[in-house]
Design a protein around this ligand. Structure first.
Ligand code: WT7
Length: 677
């Protein structure tokens, strides 16, 4: 498939040029205080001991009723973990910590504007606010166990408060990344069947107070046209009691949370005793087709897995100050800002804005002010901070014991700067490879037990058993240097349960290709296909090369090429569209969009802008193409398939290879001239 080659070639080209790097070792000081120093952990979590090994993770939680079956695979590959168990995620993240930690900060909130200072929300305050809001959701919004509710919220403390209030009631939350458009929000409202939307009026981004309320109006309107009525929109105010958005309220539909909350002062809501396998939340992610997939995560398994990995990989102790700079609108924020850290009584930082606002020192000043000692971010942010302020970290007085990189491959050069400049050569670094679907880490070193290798994620986590399969389904053993499709041999508690409302798509996308027997109820017959290409070195360290499907990783997040192409086809002049990834020094990849027009239309800058705007409106600014090339025709195979690979090599200034077999080879030279000048 042409599309496949595009991603494989471009991603792999970066990675394959890296030789095997030297090991870096964690310091004795780090090891002395680490949560996981037991060398036998991998034996305990071997395939022979699967699935019982995961009892260790379940036992990090408080259960109303202890489970009686660790893994029910009777409906494989839809698994039930900790069957028979009753549990509540909100209780585990809040109530159970009160006895010891009620006066400790649960959430440090850092508003973007400097003059606003910090907010420190204790576990007691979190308890009060979550309870009062849960009462509002139940008694004012009429939400109950099993209902879905869409959240379209920015990085303010009310976002984790909302999530935990939903979890308290057993309401399934579906948070849409705040930067996504009203249209994208509408699609998720419709797919999840939400009749309540929870949002905020405004938030800060790079110094500007953005009007966010307007997206709610678009979302509700479009969802209504697609058959899903939203009868209540609950709006958190960025400044309580003060209007921050010019967009008017809709009578009878829109309500300010602060005003309604006054009726719930002092309310306490008994946490619902959820079945371990009841869904906790949905998180939509891009796939090979246009429609985003609602990854359904369960309660007991997900919470056990994120708690365990937060403790042993992130090395969080209740006394630490932990800052993950991701957005809670992505899975990283769900698992490693909210649920995992709070389940183990961490103090977790929520930062509203961009790390480089107003200058290159902002991130390090936050670290200094809050005495952050665990730092978690993505290569795209590391590249940006390195570019604008390579010597900046040294000016501030903070000390990280531990740092994480996540979301995309990190170049060894960038890794080394992170280690030396940000981590002062002392911090232990984990490169965590995982996905929206997997709920938590798949590959990473355990920071006190294994050395780091720049550019490699490390071996499978305890209880996660990776395997490489070639396209024919043969195993590619470690140490061959050959890239292949990385799969996981076994299920694990954090993995998603299904795609919301579409079990067939779940099976087809992730399991069908390497399934040994589609009728089997044995987990051994259902390896999980991640959709990434990887190499496994002799030492078992996994290096991820990139996606094998039509997904482009921009700033550590997945965008479906089909999604962007269909967004551009909304513009009436556009006949055909092709999206390709272009290498970018900070974002990893950027999107370029090639379009051909319907007969009778002329190319112009105005039209290119209109197409670019359409993509932003449909999906959000994150998908904004770096360039829109309006070309006379697309390079096509004789069967009419657009050759994205050829377009990608033109945009990346690479050799486009042999194009003589195309239906229209002459167009290649023409496009090349247009793009490369
Ligand atoms: C895809 C998943 C992981 C949560 C945030 C992104 C790529 C992820 C790494 C890493 C190399 C990585 C993979 C994966 N990826 N982590 N440490 N090294 N690549 O979640 O949006 O679901 O994207 O991101 O290609 O499949 P996501």
């Amino acid at each position: 498939m042409a599309e496949k080659e595009v991603v494989e070639t471009s991603e792999a080209q970066i990675a394959v040029h890296w030789g095997e790097e030297e090991y870096y070792y964690p310091s004795p000081k780090f090891i002395a205080q680490a949560n996981m120093t037991d060398e036998e952990v991998y034996d305990r979590f071997s395939l022979d001991n699967f699935p019982n090994c995961f009892k260790e993770y379940a036992d990090l939680l408080d259960w109303y009723e202890y489970w009686d079956e660790i893994l029910d695979s009777s409906d494989a590959p839809c698994y039930k973990w900790f069957k028979g168990g009753k549990i509540n995620a909100s209780y585990n993240c809040i109530d159970r910590h009160l006895a010891e930690y009620k006066n400790k900060t649960a959430i440090h909130f850092v508003p973007e504007p400097l003059e606003e200072g910090y907010q420190h929300i204790t576990f007691q305050e979190l308890y009060v606010r979550v309870n009062e809001f849960a009462a509002l959701l139940r008694d004012f919004a009429g939400l109950k166990r099993g209902d879905r509710v869409t959240l379209h919220m920015p990085m303010i403390p009310e976002l984790p408060i909302t999530m935990l209030a939903c979890a308290r009631l057993g309401v399934i939350h579906s948070q849409v990344f705040g930067g996504f458009s009203g249209r994208a929000c509408a699609d998720r409202i419709v797919d999840s069947g939400s009749r309540v939307l929870i949002t905020a009026d405004a938030y800060y981004r790079s110094g500007t107070l953005l009007d966010h309320k307007q997206n709610a109006d678009i979302a509700v309107d479009l969802a209504g046209k697609d058959g899903q009525t939203v009868d209540k929109v609950l709006i958190w105010q960025r400044y309580t009691g003060k209007a921050s958005s010019p967009t008017p309220m809709v009578d009878g539909r829109d309500f300010f949370v602060n005003e309604e909350l006054q009726n719930f002062y002092g309310a306490r809501v008994e946490p619902e005793k959820m079945n371990a396998e009841d869904p906790l939340f949905l998180m939509y992610t891009s796939g090979t087709t246009g429609k985003p997939k609602g990854c359904q995560h369960g309660t007991g398994g997900y919470l056990a897995y994120t708690a365990g990995t937060s403790k042993y990989v992130q090395d969080i102790h209740p006394t630490d100050v932990y800052w993950c700079m991701a957005d809670i609108g992505w899975i990283t924020g769900h698992s490693y800002i909210v649920y995992g850290p709070l389940a183990i009584a961490a103090s977790t930082v929520v930062y509203e804005g961009v790390p480089t606002y107003p200058d290159a020192g902002r991130a390090w000043r936050i670290a200094q002010d809050l005495d952050v000692n665990i730092f978690h971010t993505a290569p795209t942010a590391i590249r940006a901070l390195r570019k604008i302020g390579p010597d900046e970290p040294a000016k501030y007085n903070y000390e990280f014991k531990h740092m994480t990189t996540v979301g995309e491959p990190i170049e060894p050069e960038v890794w080394k700067w992170y280690h030396k400049a940000v981590g002062q050569g002392k911090a232990a670094i984990v490169d965590t490879w995982w996905q929206t679907e997997t709920g938590g880490f798949l590959c990473s070193t355990l920071p006190a037990l294994q050395p780091m290798k720049p550019g490699s994620a490390g071996p499978g986590m305890p209880g996660i058993h990776p395997i490489l399969y070639d396209d024919e389904g043969n195993e590619v053993p470690p140490g061959t240097g050959k890239a292949a499709n990385i799969c996981i041999q076994n299920p694990w508690p954090g993995m998603f349960q299904t795609i919301w409302g579409d079990r067939d798509r779940f099976v087809d996308t992730y399991f069908a290709r390497y399934c040994k027997d589609p009728k089997s109820t044995k987990w051994q017959d259902w390896p999980y296909m991640t959709g990434d290409a990887a190499v496994i070195a002799e030492d078992g360290y996994v290096r991820i090369l990139g996606r094998i499907d039509d997904v482009i990783n921009v700033s550590g997040h997945r965008l479906g090429t089909k999604e962007i192409e269909s967004a551009s086809l909304v513009v009436e002049e556009v006949a055909e569209a092709a999206v390709i990834p272009v290498n970018h020094e900070i974002k990893g990849k950027e999107v370029e969009l090639y379009v051909a027009l319907k007969p009778g239309f002329e190319a112009s800058d105005a039209l290119a802008k209109k197409i670019s705007d359409a993509v932003c409106d449909e999906i959000g600014k994150i998908a904004k193409p770096r360039m829109v090339w309006i070309v006379k025709d697309m390079p096509k195979t004789r069967s009419g398939k657009i050759m994205r690979r050829v377009l990608a090599s033109i945009s990346n200034n690479q050799d486009e290879g042999d194009v003589t077999t195309l239906a229209n080879p002459e167009i290649v030279a023409e496009i090349k001239k247009q793009v490369q000048g």
